[in-house]
Ligand binder design. Structure first.
Ligand code: ZN
Length: 119
């Protein structure tokens, strides 16, 4: 645990706020809350894979199930990366052209099916 201001490690606990541990820096008297620090054992490539899943519209719980990474960790990565690359993390990601074609084919076949299903 380090003070975000002066990087001092001379920190004392200062009660809880909204369920989060509150800390007080003894050096500069700054108060701050505990921040989640994702485990550092993951490789950059693994991180990118999880971020890609997120960009493809996968939920954090789904990423947790698929990749075995805790959803809090995944959320933190997205936030960290989002701060670095705000443009790349717009919620409305334009689908690739190939995906669009697939979608149209799907809609088309669905129409045909429901049409022939009517008596
Ligand atoms: Zn401090």
């Amino acid at each position: 645990m380090q003070c975000p201001d002066c990087s001092s490690t001379d920190i004392s606990k200062n009660g809880r706020q909204r369920g989060k541990q509150n800390y007080l820096c003894k050096a500069c008297r700054r108060q701050f809350i505990e921040t989640y620090d994702p485990p550092s054992g993951y490789s950059e490539a693994f991180k990118q894979e999880c971020l890609k899943l997120y960009l493809n519209g996968m939920g954090f719980r789904a990423i947790e199930r698929a990749k075995g990474v805790h959803h809090t960790t995944a959320i933190t990565w997205v936030k960290q990366t989002g701060q670095l690359l705000p443009d790349a993390y717009e919620p409305d990601v334009t689908p690739e052209v190939g995906e669009l074609d697939e979608l149209e084919t799907f809609v088309g076949s669905k129409k045909t099916k429901s049409g022939s299903g009517q008596w």
